[in-house]
Design a protein. Structure first.
Length: 159
């Protein structure tokens, strides 16, 4: 009898622990609430950094534009690290993992565009910026259910 009581007691404790683990799971709304301030800061900073980059490119000022793309890449990479550290809803783990991988590619593409501009390859940089737009569209499709405002990628604002 004692053995059965011990086993039943252990099962009850295990079920309580499992229930509390599920209760502590992050919801989509909680994830969105945690992610949006990170994305907002990053988006605002990149808007500031890249504000006149189109004008500079049209005027042939490739070096200043290159520096801006490099700086934007660092801002994007920093936001990505913060987003990766957030707990994710279990049901959206794959979706958010894919989204974060697109954000990583986007940060790398910003850096690549900066390097292309720095070396005087304006056409190569334009090719890269078109890839940024494609990548942003793919990233946005991954997180449509979250209805993000600031975590929505909008490179057309500055590329």
């Amino acid at each position: 009898m004692r053995t059965i009581a011990t086993v039943l007691g252990s099962l009850v404790v295990a079920m309580l622990l499992a229930a509390s683990a599920f209760a502590a799971e992050v919801t989509r709304d909680e994830y969105k609430a945690a992610a949006e301030p990170i994305c907002k800061a990053s988006a605002k900073e990149n808007e500031r950094i890249l504000a006149n980059v189109r004008r500079e490119l049209k005027a042939g000022k490739l070096k200043p534009a290159a520096a801006k793309f490099a700086k934007a890449s660092k801002v994007q990479a920093g936001a990505l690290k913060e987003l990766e550290a957030l707990p994710r809803p279990a049901a959206d783990e794959a979706r958010l993992g894919e989204w974060l991988s697109y954000l990583k590619v986007e940060a790398e593409l910003f850096a690549t565009a900066g390097r292309k501009l720095s070396s005087g390859d304006k056409a190569g940089a334009e090719h890269i910026t078109s890839k940024i737009a494609q990548d942003a569209n793919k990233a946005n499709l991954q997180v449509l259910p979250f209805e993000f405002r600031y975590c929505r990628q909008e490179p057309s604002k500055y590329t």
